[in-house]
Design a protein around this ligand. Structure first.
Ligand code: AHR
Length: 495
């Protein structure tokens, strides 16, 4: 057993953990939007509200889900928003295209439906617009339709479609992966196109926040340099980070697990590097946040061609405790980088890729990643604190420790500490201090006998949080035994 000391520093404050760092992503891809969130004609007849599965809706309310990006992904650069408004039987049927998938798309889940769903779940909407096959005028029209309070033909149409008041959508993405699926632009061409879009969009609604498509270092530098004299056009720079791991979703080897944890931990450095590029290129002249608007594990099994006996659709994967611990590693990094990271979206919210929720017919289950998000809920909106951890390095890692931790202080002065034991064979005897004047009122553990344990239609609760006991130490602070491959959240209030 490893002896670990954690010291929380309530006086060393990093910054506010914006709810936007706990965002999710719903793309019209595979069974994420259609079938997962929203019923289609061939879906199982499950209880629903306005077509959205009630079980999924309720689960997302409780996760919680403060931000939701839609409709893509690569889908966004083919999407024409006008196809998704008005009476459903009159909406055009189009090709739904993303990531090699080409399906019939009846547009029954459109702007009003999506924004209704956001309102129900408490999610701030983040709309990704079309640069690949769209135009600045089309995006300006979408912003006007959603946000204008004036009396115009487009706002009359919105009212006729049931929304008297403007939706007030703040976050708008100008294209998606335009270096690839979104048009194979080169950086300067996209920068010029972006500048045109952003300039015109600001006239329609000066209060919106615009997200430009970023990529690698040369792309980001060229983009920012091209925008140098028009800095008011950009608020966030979008980058994506998927870890592809080695081996597969259920590969039991320790090497594969530790590699996955290491890859996940490098997400923080990626955010920092992107922020450094922004700082070097723009200096103090403009604050532009890093928008990590797609992140997560993408296993080799999650692909377009899928085995229908094993999974329900393309880009689906088994979502294990190991994947959930990898997500928790990333969330810790988000807390440390909360001054430069402005938003983040796990890809994707239901069924596709690193999903917190999965469905099969009438069945729905929460993956271990869902539980990681839920156990992190107290950190949302709180102030991230510095934490010192004394623990040995993970086998095969030169940087990642066996035990890692993050802490925050909320507005009611409650302290939350989340601790990970990433070791696959050893439990950890953890002492945590820096809790003077506070008493523990809740402690929850997420683990299982096997790091590859996962939930399913047959066993939806194979991996769920359970209470864990921590005892007050005679030296102050608390003592707890953390099992191997586990995560725990401790909540303390003023005595
Ligand atoms: O999330 C799946 C796809 O991954 C998205 O459509 C695209 O933006 C990325 O390549």
């Amino acid at each position: 057993m490893e002896d670990v000391r954690i010291t929380i520093k309530p006086d060393v404050r990093i910054g506010t953990i914006s709810p936007r760092l706990y965002g999710h992503f719903a793309e019209h891809l595979g069974r994420c939007c259609y079938d997962g969130l929203f019923l289609k004609p061939t879906s199982a007849p499950v209880p629903n509200q306005k077509g959205f599965r009630t079980d999924v809706l309720e689960a997302l309310k409780n996760m919680p889900m403060p931000l939701l990006r839609w409709p893509g992904g690569c889908y966004a650069d083919h999407y024409h928003w006008r196809d998704g408004i008005g009476p459903k039987d009159q909406r055009p049927r189009r090709l739904g295209m993303s990531c090699g998938e080409v399906v019939e798309d009846d547009n029954s889940l459109g702007t009003h439906e999506f924004l209704w769903f956001c309102e129900q779940t408490g999610a701030e909407p983040y709309l990704a617009a079309n640069v690949g096959t769209g135009s600045p005028q089309e995006m300006c029209d979408w912003v006007e339709y959603c946000n204008s309070a004036l009396d115009t033909t487009l706002t009359r149409l919105r009212r006729a479609n049931g929304a008297e008041k403007p939706f007030g959508v703040k976050l708008w993405g100008v294209g998606n992966e335009n270096w690839g699926c979104g048009g194979n632009f080169d950086a300067r061409d996209y920068a010029l196109e972006y500048r045109r879009y952003a300039t015109m969009l600001r006239h329609v609604d000066p209060h919106i926040e615009l997200v430009a498509c970023g990529f690698d270092e040369p792309w980001n530098r060229t983009l920012l340099q091209t925008l140098r004299h028009h800095l008011d056009t950009i608020d966030h720079l979008s980058v994506h980070r998927y870890w592809h791991g080695e081996g597969g979703e259920l590969d039991p080897s320790e090497k594969v697990s530790y590699r996955l944890f290491t890859e996940a931990s490098l997400t923080e450095a990626f955010v920092q590097q992107t922020a450094d590029i922004i700082r070097v290129e723009l200096g103090e002249r403009r604050r532009v946040g890093v928008a990590l608007d797609e992140w997560g594990i993408w296993h080799p099994e999650a692909r377009l061609q899928f085995d229908p006996d094993k999974r329900g659709g393309p880009y689906e994967q088994v979502s294990t405790l190991r994947d959930a611990l990898a997500a928790a590693i990333v969330l810790e990094g988000f807390h440390r980088q909360c001054r430069v990271l402005s938003l983040a979206n796990l890809a994707q919210v239901v069924n596709v890729l690193h999903a917190p929720i999965q469905t099969r017919g009438a069945a729905m289950w929460r993956t271990p990643t869902y539980h990681v998000f839920q156990l992190h809920a107290p950190h949302i909106g709180a102030t991230a604190l510095e934490v010192e951890v004394h623990a040995s390095l993970l086998p095969v890692s030169e940087e990642l420790r066996c035990v890692t931790a993050t802490a925050s202080l909320d507005k009611e002065d409650n302290l939350t500490l989340t601790v990970l034991n990433l070791h696959l064979d050893q439990s950890a005897s953890v002492h945590f201090g820096g809790t003077e004047g506070r008493v523990l009122f809740d402690a929850q553990l997420l683990t299982a006998d096997n790091p590859l344990a996962h939930n399913s239609a047959e066993k939806p609760d194979a991996v769920v949080p359970q209470p864990i006991k921590a005892t007050e130490s005679t030296q102050g602070g608390y003592l707890v035994n953390l099992p191997k491959h586990s995560m725990a959240t401790f909540r303390l209030k003023r005595r």
